[in-house]
Unconditional design. Structure first.
Length: 126
């Protein structure tokens, strides 16, 4: 499995940390967003949307952090403790509910705070 990531990105960190935590072997492929590497011709062949994270499992390519997290959990479910991604439908639905909520709420608002408090003050003339 190959993971195309920039660890400055929260969605990339979530994919990286889950893979490490549950022991999924993977090849780390750095895509430096600040250097514009997502716009390279090579990366465009992997993901036409030019976004990270990207997971490549054999010839199967998947984008979007929540989809990648669910894929990894389901693929390795037989060797995982149930608390990672419960087999019980209703408990799993709660995990999915949180994953959907955090991505559009907690993460989105947290990113704005980070940009305004950390990134913008670093910019010359800001």
């Amino acid at each position: 499995m190959e993971l195309y990531l920039d660890l400055h990105s929260q969605p990339c960190r979530s994919v990286f940390l889950l893979a490490k935590a549950i022991g999924i072997p993977f090849e780390f492929k750095l895509v430096e967003l600040s250097a514009g590497q997502q716009y390279s011709e090579e990366f465009g062949k992997i993901n036409v949307m030019r976004k990270v994270p990207v997971m490549k499992d054999g010839s199967f390519v998947l984008t979007e952090s929540v989809a990648i997290l669910k894929y990894m959990l389901q693929k390795h479910s037989s060797s995982l403790a149930d608390h990672w991604y419960p087999a019980d439908l209703q408990q799993r639905a709660r995990v999915n509910e949180y994953l959907s909520w955090q991505h559009m709420n907690l993460r989105a608002h947290g990113s704005k705070v980070f940009l305004l408090k950390v990134r913008v003050p670093d910019q010359p003339g800001a």
